[in-house]
Design a protein around this ligand. Structure first.
Ligand SMILES: Cc1cc2nc3c(=O)[nH]c(=O)nc-3n(C[C@H](O)[C@H](O)[C@H](O)COP(=O)(O)OP(=O)(O)OC[C@H]3O[C@@H](n4cnc5c(N)ncnc54)[C@H](O)[C@@H]3O)c2cc1C
Ligand SMILES: NC(=O)c1ccc[n+]([C@@H]2O[C@H](COP(=O)([O-])OP(=O)(O)OC[C@H]3O[C@@H](n4cnc5c(N)ncnc54)[C@H](OP(=O)(O)O)[C@@H]3O)[C@@H](O)[C@H]2O)c1
Length: 317
């Protein structure tokens, strides 16, 4: 096991690691230096989950941070830094078969290195990005969350909309739907800064070839064609909600009926755009326009306390 810390320091914290850490890093795929897929093996056996759920990952505040990170303040007392992470899924396993999302030996997480600021240095990801295969960490033993496929009825069309690592829960949900031979249309719309950030693109393209009811749309915002207005192929920033607002959705999919379509949105809260409901019941949508405002103008209804709609969301911060 690598510790990446001076041996005296490593020894000092060994009892803490022994006490708190309950999983081992099986493998790490570096997609970009700041974007990784972690596969973890819990000591306690299978960590079962319902696709769409999350758990917490944790590392001690004594662990070192990856080079270049804004250093967190020096800790006075030892504690675990914990954050929520949605279970992701490889979707197709090493044999090319659909993965048993939620019931596998290893759990997969798709994580971006948060930049943080001098006032609020990122607490966990600079430490997670220091880990290597064989290292130890804490994995919450119970899956949590209600962002699942449970509102779906057989035959409903399904749309997954995400930014960045927000596609993680959708990958597990998609594996589940495809393995149940979901009979209706499934669309994944994934937004990222650059094409190279689309860690799961090749598996989605393979799924499109295998399943005639599945489509994958990748949108970028920081490729030259998004940024350089002098280019012949200039398209501007392709925001996820714009895809739905501009009619590209129907062009791609054909007619859409809100009465049998469920939309799952995950990632950057400003893409989702959850409205504030004031004391008179008016819905106040945030600026800039998010997906909820676009879809509610088209007959969809976002989930609200005690009222399940057909737009379901998980915001990452
Ligand atoms: C239910 C749930 C599931 C989550 N699942 C994932 C996941 O699968 N993958 C993942 O990378 N993160 C996920 N997150 C976010 C995660 O919990 C942490 O907030 C994130 O990893 C940053 O942690 P940090 O301690 O390094 O920085 P923090 O100090 O906690 O955050 C610093 C800032 O980074 C930004 N930020 C946080 N997360 C992201 C993100 N994913 N993409 C872009 N900017 C971000 C926000 O502006 C935030 O204020 C999830 C959050 C929730 C609530
Ligand atoms: N070099 C590095 O170290 C490096 C590189 C990349 C990311 N990061 C860090 O990684 C973290 C997360 O980055 P990320 O790219 O995964 O997540 P992100 O910042 O949430 O961006 C993901 C995608 O969402 C888009 N987006 C932003 N606001 C939106 C809105 N209102 N509506 C719809 N889409 C919107 C982004 O477009 P925009 O292009 O308009 O933002 C981008 O295409 C950040 O802390 C970032 O600083 C670091």
């Amino acid at each position: 096991m690598s510790t990446h810390a001076p041996s005296s320091q490593a020894d000092r914290f060994a009892p803490w690691r022994e006490k708190h850490y309950n999983a081992t890093v099986e493998s790490i795929r570096e997609v970009r230096p700041w974007l990784r897929i972690f596969r973890l093996r819990p000591d306690f056996g299978r960590l079962r989950f319902i696709p769409g759920q999350y758990t917490v990952l944790g590392l001690g505040n004594w662990e070192p941070c990856v080079a270049g990170a804004i250093p967190p303040p020096l800790a006075q007392t030892e504690r675990l830094v914990q954050r929520a992470y949605s279970f992701s899924c490889c979707i197709l396993d090493a044999d090319g078969k659909l993965a048993a999302a939620g019931d596998e030996e290893l759990v997969e997480f798709y994580i971006v290195l948060a930049s943080g600021t001098a006032e609020h240095p990122a607490g966990l990801t600079p430490r997670l990005f220091q880990l290597r295969a064989g290292d130890r960490l804490f994995v919450g033993p119970r899956a949590k969350g209600t962002y699942t496929l449970s509102p779906l009825r057989p035959g409903d069309d399904v749309v997954f909309a995400s930014t960045g690592t927000g596609e993680a829960p959708h990958n597990a949900m998609l594996a589940k739907l495809l393995s149940q031979a979901h009979p209706s249309r499934i669309l994944s719309v994934v937004g990222a800064r650059e094409c190279a950030d689309l860690a799961y693109e090749s598996v989605h393209r393979e799924l499109e070839r295998r399943f005639s009811n599945y489509q994958y749309v990748a949108l970028t915002t920081r490729e030259p064609r998004n940024m350089d207005a002098t280019r012949a192929d200039f398209v501007g920033k392709q925001y996820v909600q714009q895809f739905f607002a501009a009619g590209d959705w129907e062009k791609r999919w054909g007619p859409i009926d809100p009465s049998n379509t469920h939309v799952f949105a995950c990632g950057n809260p400003s893409m989702i755009g959850i409205p504030h409901v004031d004391s008179d019941g008016h819905r106040l949508y945030p600026e800039p326009t998010g997906l909820v405002e676009v879809l509610e103008s088209r007959g969809f209804q976002a989930d609200a306390p005690r009222q399940t709609g057909n737009i379901h969301f998980e915001k990452f911060w």
